[in-house]
Design a binder for this molecule. Structure first.
Ligand code: SF4
Length: 505
């Protein structure tokens, strides 16, 4: 799928044809996705959703010693304000005591600029970023306005590259271009591949014989790329590196919170190990095509079933399955002993899970198989071809409703009123709605908490046990909060506004 010759990679809407609007059972979702008809689904009424700019700039800004420039009206950066300190804390957690955190600028386009063009302001911002911060790389995040008026950010970057030391990396992450904010990951990886790893867009995909030879050489090295995500705490990285070390592998972690200078080593690894296909499929496929680095990306290591699958995928590549099975057996035995006293708190409890596709499926599976909590509903931000493995646990299950929705709190409040779960595991923004309905909430990730690997299973179980032992705060919030929806809405089908298509386009 090499797209590195393109200035702008295709959006997920075109490349993967995912679905962002669905309500029903898993069987129809999986069938519809395979047939290609679900990508045409939509809503006849929808509330706001995210903008890929925020996600792209968050990922870019996690890379130390860089400046991100928002090229557009100043308001486009507003969504990033809340994340200002997170990058610094996360870098410090990884041992960078000099971390300054996110360094960002805006070209602050005005109404006059929209008529006369914004390229001059962008040029000035790049030169100012270089003068003030001397960064290793400058990311330009293009917003809707300059894209519509025709500013050529690639041309500006090329013109200025000889005048600045920093690598200038244009990112075409305009919000209006896609319904799927995960496109942002492709955009940032595209920039890293095209501009940070050298003139790699000129590099031709390698041929099959060459790939076999490279794969053989790499396998001997036993050093792997572990791909993290911005929302993954350092504690999770430590846990996954521990497991990889336990089966005899060394791991370098990319791309978030890793200095741009270190990126060059990414192409020398034996294997790229993803923890989330939604995040990484674009990157690992290009690393394979252009450098011969193979990859695994079947699942996220959440819950014993998926940790096992993840580790065995890696072990099978190196031919060390037996060693991995021994590590897994020892870890699972210890974990089971630790979980035993907690499990009685979960008897008869139900949960609703809401997050990204891969995490949603694996987290729901962990609740049922490791803790004995019955899952009554799963809400994924989108659904695509990578969802099938992690949702496997729920096939043939008509007692679990599957909702595909990014935000859309009106659908969620209706579902929660009907399903009345004892627990809600979800994202920051949707958590608030569940809490206001009186449902105890466990945030599904946070940079200081542990979620992945065996440690993550125990930590999540411990936190759930604590929440269930005293849900009073949530109960009071639910009893005293009036949500903005009329009672008549709760009597309607929660999926009333989803327009389902039955035929592929
Ligand atoms: S959708 Fe466009 S205008 Fe709105 S924040 Fe995103 S880039 Fe800016």
């Amino acid at each position: 799928m090499s797209y590195l010759h393109l200035k702008v990679p295709p959006t997920r809407d075109i490349r993967l044809r995912p679905c962002n609007a669905y309500g029903g059972n898993l069987e129809n979702l999986v069938c519809g996705q395979k047939e290609g008809c679900l990508s045409n689904n939509g809503r006849t009424f929808a509330q706001t959703t995210g903008c890929q700019l925020t996600l792209a700039m968050g990922m870019a800004a996690s890379i130390p010693n860089t400046v991100v420039i928002y090229h557009g009206p100043v308001g486009c950066g507003a969504g990033s304000l809340g994340l200002a300190g997170q990058s610094k804390m996360s870098q410090q957690a990884r041992g960078n005591d000099d971390a300054v955190g996110r360094v960002w600028m805006s070209t602050n386009l005005s109404e006059v600029d929209i008529v006369s063009g914004g390229e001059k302001k962008l040029e000035a911002a790049i030169l100012e970023a270089e003068r003030r911060f001397r960064p290793h790389a400058i990311f330009i995040g293009n917003t809707c306005v300059p894209a519509i008026i025709g500013d050529d950010i690639d041309n500006v970057a090329t013109r200025l590259q000889d005048r600045v030391n920093a690598r200038i990396i244009p990112l075409h992450c305009e919000g209006f271009k896609t319904r799927f904010v995960a496109t942002a990951y492709d955009i940032v990886y595209h920039g890293i591949l095209r501009y940070l790893l050298g003139n790699q867009h000129d590099r031709k995909p390698i041929i099959e014989d060459e790939a076999a030879q490279i794969a053989y050489e790499l396998r001997r090295k036993k050093t792997v790329n572990l791909l993290n995500v911005g929302s993954m705490g350092y504690v999770d990285e430590v846990e996954l590196v521990r497991l990889l070390n336990a089966i005899g592998l060394e791991a370098n972690v990319y791309p978030c919170f890793t200095s741009p200078e270190k990126f060059v080593k990414v192409k020398d690894a034996a294997l790229s190990i993803s923890i989330c296909a939604t995040h990484d499929d674009y990157f690992v496929e290009h690393l394979k095509e252009h450098y011969g680095v193979p990859y695994v990306l079947n699942t996220i290591p959440i819950g014993t079933d998926n940790v096992r699958l993840w580790l065995l995928d890696v072990a099978d590549f190196f031919g060390i399955r037996e060693e991995a099975l021994k590590v897994i057996a020892a870890e699972e035995a210890e974990l089971n002993k630790a979980l035993e006293p907690l499990r009685k708190s979960f008897v008869g409890k139900t949960a609703f899970v809401s997050t990204g596709e891969i995490r949603a499926g694996a987290q729901a599976c962990m609740l049922e198989n490791d803790l004995g909590i019955k899952v009554v509903g799963i809400r994924a931000h989108h659904y695509d071809e990578f969802g099938e493995i992690v949702f496997e646990n729920f096939k043939d299950r008509d007692d679990v409703t599957i909702n595909v929705a990014a935000n859309q709190p009106f659908e969620q409040v209706n579902l929660l009123r009907r399903l009345k779960p004892d627990l809600y595991l979800g994202h920051g923004n949707s958590n608030v709605w569940a809490a206001k309905q009186g449902v105890p909430v466990l945030p599904i990730y946070g940079p200081n908490n542990s979620y992945l690997g065996y440690k993550g299973i125990f930590e999540v179980a411990s936190r759930l046990e604590r929440i269930l032992s005293n849900p009073r705060w949530y109960n009071t919030l639910g009893e005293t909060t009036q949500l903005p929806y009329k009672e008549s809405w709760y009597e309607q089908d929660p999926y009333l506004y989803i327009r389902q298509t039955t035929e592929a386009a």
